[in-house]
Design a protein around this ligand. Sequence first.
Ligand code: EPU
Length: 439
Amino acid sequence: MEDAYIVNGGNVLKGEVVLSGAKNLALKTVIASLLFESKVTLTNVPKINDVHELLHLIKKLGATVEQTENTVTIDPSTLSSCKPDLLHASKLRASFLLFAPLLHKFRECRIPNPGGCRIGMRPIDRIISGMEALGVTTEYQSKDGYYDARLAQSPKGSYKFSKPTHTGTELLIMLGALGENEIRIENSALEPEIDELILFLNKAGAKITKVGATITIQGVKSLNQTKPFRIFSDRNEAVTFATLAVATKGSVEIHNLIPDQLHTFNEFMTKAGVKVLIRSNSIIYEYVGTVKPVSITTEPHPGFMTDWQPNWAVLMTQSTGVATVHETVFENRFSYVDELLKLGAQMEYVEESDIDNNTNYHFNTKGSKAMKQKIRITGGAPLHSAAIKIADLRAGATLLIAALIADGESVVTNANILERGYENIVEKISSLGGKLKRV
Ligand code: EPU
């Protein structure tokens, strides 16, 4: 298999799309299911590479997994190993969330350092400090890159994140959910997946409350599911399809979404002159003759999300002027820039001399490779076909959109990276009139 998309671009895309379940909720609920006493059923689980890898990983740890289409049932009672193997754990950054269920089940575990990935170094320093504050002892073994962790008694205490972290918050929630004590997490991240994880656990007997950025957890003895839990739809997928339709001068009605989760994105689309029509369970995005240049700076939720910025950048190539994209959450999220230049886009890096790296960025700036964090895009240059290569998930969606805008045949390689997070992407784009095939 060549692992590529062959795209014939230049068509206006129009129609309707039904979103799949959210990757970043599915992964967490699968891992949180291992905290339960008995079987857990999840529905609307997207069939994507990351979920596939995670299910494989937990099966290797002994969990029993049954999957029928988008429904997954996990029996955590058969878990038998507390050491995820490096090969499978390293394919999935979220694998470090396994600390929580494995510590509760075995009181000790060995988890590989997830390390950097294509979008940045992604250290877990704040997350390790948070676990230690709640009573976990950890020791990093540099010889094999594993953390040895132990939990001698019920988690207790409190932790305030110096800067919020999305999966870090989720890990501490999972850790505190079981036990005898009250835990407090301050300056937590605010992403909707966190609220939904709390709902998932509370429905099974957990006692977790979140007020603003403060989470209070009263540990409980056990978690038991009473009915299947449905994974909510993927807001990042919604953004990709909205951008795709508008950037090809078309329109799309996106079904199955939660409009509130897209509030900020919709504000920016409206500023860009896109018609945004919000219905109870769907949103219509329509190109109405122009895309205005609008600059963005990424921020954790409820700001303009980092996962949306690569899509925004390609939309701005179709605008009538100059816009900037400033990334503050991950230090290496511009892998698409060189590829879009190959298609004829006009964009360049901008030096920012007046920024204090330590306060303006969510990644650790000390010791990491100096990366430029802002690009300037001049809209209006026609995109032409080329061979381009995906380096990370959201950049992948961006390159596919760009190839669908560009006249002629393009080849987009490393399709498997995009398929880590997008279900049935070829079928969905084809249903809007896009011409592409997977080879
Ligand atoms: N960070 C640290 N130290 C830590 C934890 C985080 O320096 O201990 C840094 C990270 O390196 C990053 C920043 O803080 O620069 C924010 O990281 P955060 O922990 O909030 O992000 P994450 O939990 O690793 C999740 C999603 C991302 C999404 C972000 C923001 C999952 C599996 N991943 O990442 O999704 O962009 O939150 O909402 O939920 C994607 O889906 O493609 C993706 C990257």
